[in-house]
Design a protein around this ligand. Structure first.
Ligand code: NAG
Ligand code: NAG
Ligand code: NAG
Ligand code: NAG
Length: 615
């Protein structure tokens, strides 16, 4: 029987429910349990792919091409698991499922209602998805964490709360625990318990009793003992059921904070976890994970030297849109024992017009770029700001500053080369100029152009390193393997007709797709570190297993010896973060037919920037 831990939130959202939920999962993993996670988002959207980044943060892509909320990224990283699009439940998906069943006549003409039809569908979905293997064991998980988005009391989450109320009886008391995350405001040193009392009260009114109350304090002071006592008294829980989660130096400390308050012991008893059989091997793995995690967090605290990275992008004020990129840099910095100093530069600030119109911004932006140890151009969308990115790439290439380009950043590196090395001043992408005579980047032929945006190449795809690329830093960082796997999300690609010219002029495409037709990894040989990837490797980084291109980039930005050290380490130890069976080639999947996931996704056109473009 699967054990379920539901994590709900009260008072306000955005106080770190996801981190508390994934930290709990991580702690259970260190005891040898297999853990999976489900995120419930109580909004009507079917997926995150069409949502505006301004509102939504990052669109996180899964192996199966599912476009989801950045919270699933949290779970994949903390729990080292591979999730599927079904691990995200939205109100829209549940309604669609129920309506489709109704149309098929599955309900035999009965009146279809929120209770029981919607609530049953939610429970069935959770039980079905909780059983899907997510790690290298290929076995059913022991524990499923269910994070309920939004806050208790919202109209939106009401059907889910009711479903959970029923669910505790469906699976039985010993298989269901509830963690309620609340806010304890600190007003001039006084810790206020009233909001927590109120939210726990309304939770009880809806028929759910919290097993643990996790009290978030948005200050570095811990939850005081007398506050704990008060909450225990007014919320009818024992004192050991009240947890304090104050601000700590990094989110990676949250598991340690929870552990020190006895969360594992409590859950073990509450969920009767001793009855779950775990092999000695899993116990060993758990112990090793726990040791490595502690070592990582204490190591990052001791780190003294810094590594300065500048991220040249658009919407740099929307840092959540680059969550996975930031995480990849962080994980890499842990590995090379440096403190990460990340500067965000709005790419349009680097453009010459700015010099006259906003000289201060222009100079600040360039000062950041010139002072950086490494320059990163991430994925993005639309043509605004790309000239600034091209200038940053040119600077990195000519001044031999470590450079990493992801997706759009990769394509721009190709355009920069075309313009400044091949002397094709009009070279561009057909994304920016459909009728250009000099298309360095073109729309992928097999992708439908019939509606705005059309479809995308999405999900886990192989990259094959070409013959004679043993020298490639990218290849060596991936352990010297010939074939590697990363997640993609794009519509445009390097113009195949130009590839020969690129190669002859020194721009090497060391990695291509399986047919050798699509350019996926570029590298310059006579440069300390100049690499671009069409894929989004940031979606597969892990705290203890940083994404190889990011690791190489951060190491190179630290010092050249560090890069060589990491290359040597990777050559011996690289393991992909995906279980074997998720790495199935396109040819194996569909008899050689190209697989396009997310069929017929029409993109909403926003403010001329595209909305969620992906290049
Ligand atoms: C993470 O998962 C991968 C694949 O499932 C596995 O090979 C690797 O050993 C795991 N890493 C850790 C630190 O558990
Ligand atoms: C602990 O981390 C340091 C770097 O922070 C590393 O050199 C060392 O090998 C690690 N030890 C273990 C046991 O993983
Ligand atoms: C570049 O574009 C401009 C304006 O569209 C055009 O006048 C010029 O001939 C083009 N140059 C080349 C080399 O194609
Ligand atoms: C693209 C995406 O994530 N949407 C999927 C979410 O899950 C439902 C149910 O499996 C799928 O039908 C959607 O396509």
């Amino acid at each position: 029987m699967t054990k379920y831990i539901v994590v709900s939130g009260g008072v306000v959202s955005g106080i770190g429910k996801g981190v508390i939920a994934s930290s709990t999962g991580l702690l259970l993993k260190t005891k040898g349990y297999k853990v999976t996670a489900i995120k419930i988002d109580p909004y009507m959207n079917i997926d995150a792919g069409t949502m505006r980044p301004q509102e939504h943060g990052e669109v996180y892509v899964l192996n199966d091409g599912g476009e989801v909320d950045l919270d699933l990224g949290n779970y994949e990283r903390y729990l080292n698991v591979t999730l599927s699009r079904d691990n995200n439940i939205t109100t829209g998906k549940i309604y669609r499922e129920v309506i489709e069943k109704e149309r098929k006549g599955d309900y035999l003409g009965k009146t279809v209602q929120i209770v029981p039809h919607i609530t049953n569908e939610i429970q069935d979905w959770i039980q079905r998805v909780a059983k899907i293997p997510v790690d290298e064991t290929g076995e059913e998980p022991d524990i499923c964490i269910v994070e309920l988005g939004g806050t208790v009391g919202d109209i939106e989450s009401a059907p889910f709360i009711e479903a959970m109320r029923q669910f505790q009886f469906r699976v039985g008391h010993e298989n269901f625990a509830l963690i309620h995350v609340s806010l304890v405001p600190d007003m001039h040193g006084e810790q206020k318990t009233k909001p927590t009392q109120t939210t726990v009260h309304s939770l009880r009114g809806l028929g759910l009793l919290p097993d643990l109350i996790a009290c978030r304090l948005l200050v570095p002071q811990a939850l005081r003992d007398d506050t704990k006592e008060k909450i225990s008294m007014f919320c009818h829980v024992a004192k050991n059921q009240v947890f304090g989660v104050h601000d700590v130096s990094s989110v990676y400390h949250v598991p340690l904070l929870l552990q020190s308050q006895g969360i594992v012991e409590y859950l073990k008893k509450r969920l009767n976890l001793d009855t779950v059989k775990i092999s000695n091997e899993m116990v060993e793995r758990g112990i090793s994970l726990s040791k490595r995690w502690r070592n990582m967090t204490s190591g990052s605290e001791r780190a003294f030297d810094t590594v300065n990275i500048v991220l040249v992008g658009k919407y740099t004020d929307l840092r959540d849109s680059y969550m996975s990129v930031t995480k990849s840099l962080e994980h890499s910095a842990f590995r090379v024992n440096r403190k990460l100093v990340l500067q965000w530069v709005e790419s349009s600030d680097l453009e010459p017009e700015m010099q006259e119109n906003h000289p201060a911004k222009y100079h600040d932006a360039w000062r950041a770029v010139v002072g950086a140890g490494g320059i990163l151009v991430p994925g993005g969308f639309g043509s605004r700001g790309t000239e600034g990115m091209l200038l940053a790439i040119k600077y990195a290439r000519e001044q031999k500053i470590p450079f990493l380009g992801i997706c759009l950043g990769f394509q721009l590196a190709v355009i920069e080369w075309s313009r400044n090395v091949l002397s094709i001043p009009n070279a561009t992408s057909t994304e920016f100029d459909q009728s250009t005579q000099s298309p360095a980047i073109v729309f992928m032929p097999e992708i439908s152009k019939t509606h705005m945006g059309g479809t995308m190449r999405l999900g886990l795809r192989p990259t094959v390193f070409q013959e004679g690329t043993e020298w490639s830093k990218a290849r060596r960082l991936y352990g010297g393997k010939e074939k590697i796997w990363e997640r993609h999300r794009h519509r445009y690609e390097v113009n195949p007709e130009w590839v020969q010219t690129f190669r002859e002029s020194g721009l090497e495409f060391v990695g291509k797709d399986e047919k050798g037709e699509r350019m996926q990894v570029l590298e310059l040989r006579d440069h300390p570190f100049f690499m671009g990837l069409q894929a989004h490797p940031e979606f597969c980084t892990r705290p203890l297993n940083p994404s190889p291109p990011f690791l190489g980039f951060v190491a190179a930005a630290s010092d050249p010896e560090s890069l060589e050290e990491q290359v040597q380490y990777q050559l011996k130890n690289f393991t992909p973060p995906h279980p074997e069976d998720s790495m199935v080639s396109e040819a194996e999947l569909r008899n050689g037919q190209p697989v396009i996931y997310g069929k017929d996704q029409v993109l909403v056109n926003g403010n001329g920037d595209g909305v969620n473009g992906s290049s």
